[in-house]
Design a protein around this ligand. Sequence first.
Ligand code: NIG
Ligand code: FE
Length: 389
Amino acid sequence: MTRGSLLVDHIGELVTNDGRDGDPLGVRRDAALLIEDGQVAWTGPARHAPAADRRIDAGGAAVLPGFVDSHAHLVFAGDRAAEFAARMAGERYTGGGIRTTVGATRAASDDDLRATVGRLRAEMLRQGTTTVEIKSGYGLNVTDEARSLRIAAEFTDDTTFLGAHVVPAEYADRPDDYVGLVCGPMLAAAAPYARWIDVFCERGAFDADHARAILACGQAAGLGVRLHANQLGPGPGVQLGVELGAASVDHCTHLTDADVDALAGSDTVATLLPGAEFSTRSPYPDARRLLDAGVTVALATDCNPGSSYTSSMPFCVALAVREMRMTPAEAVWAATAGGAAALRRTDVGRLTPGARADLIILDAPSHLHLAYRPGVPLIRQVLHNGVPR
Ligand code: NIG
Ligand code: FE
């Protein structure tokens, strides 16, 4: 018996994501899980459970890995509820509202921004998210991009420099100069706080040439590549991402057969963000088509004040099942192991020995209930690094 060990016992259904026996979720029934030093030390049948210092009785409930939300824009000020209301009354989403949030974010104090990230991070944790990626992208000048990332880095290791979110108003008639700023002084100020670089590659934001130039600078500075691609219409983003070895291309709402083929032949993850289609009343991406082609799919919230102001991975799982033709098992995998793959992380998204002890105890006997009982608070308890939260 190790000091400080914790046994989660009487688990009705344990989702390990170990992929054994052709079951991606690696479900074990009547199981137990031992935690030592913040990591999973052992899993197995409850009747073989080792002794431990402390014990949590799961009471026959389902236990699964904490959600890995690999795409979130949490550093911002203000909200855009009126823009949402206008959309629900028939207006189209164009991304034009990003500049509204940029104005509010630049005017906010560090403490205000930190409080917003903290509030949303806590909201996520209550809903089972134990790993989150956080992007900049509402500063769009050297000072405000760097401080956005500095604040994001207080909450996660997976910080992403999104200076190329849109061209800010003051550069509207000289986008080449803005790309020069992003690749030069802005990247230099952001890189110490960032693990990733991202570009919104879309009509009205950045074209393929600008996106390629910016991502190449980021790679040269040691950052990994991810992309917002093919959200509002077909475009070059997905294939550019594959060409550059991106960890993930995100949105993937409008794909050609060539885009799907490119993804299927790569190790780039397709991250789907159904909260964005929900909140912009747009057609959902076709997850079934990607899965059937052999593409690795992740689900994330895209939490941001414009296109998807949800922090809830269970909501995204339910949307993915109902609207995107994913099975509940595929959606749960995509929200856990898929998110980890999108962040190139092997320490999270699974509950096997050596993994970080990030787990959810559901108020339900099975992972199926996440989609079967949409909108119901089913997260009974969350353990993060082995610590009950
Ligand atoms: O992922 N598409 C670009 N960026 C965000 C939306 C940002 C906003 O509207 O404020 C997204 O949907
Ligand atoms: Fe986004």
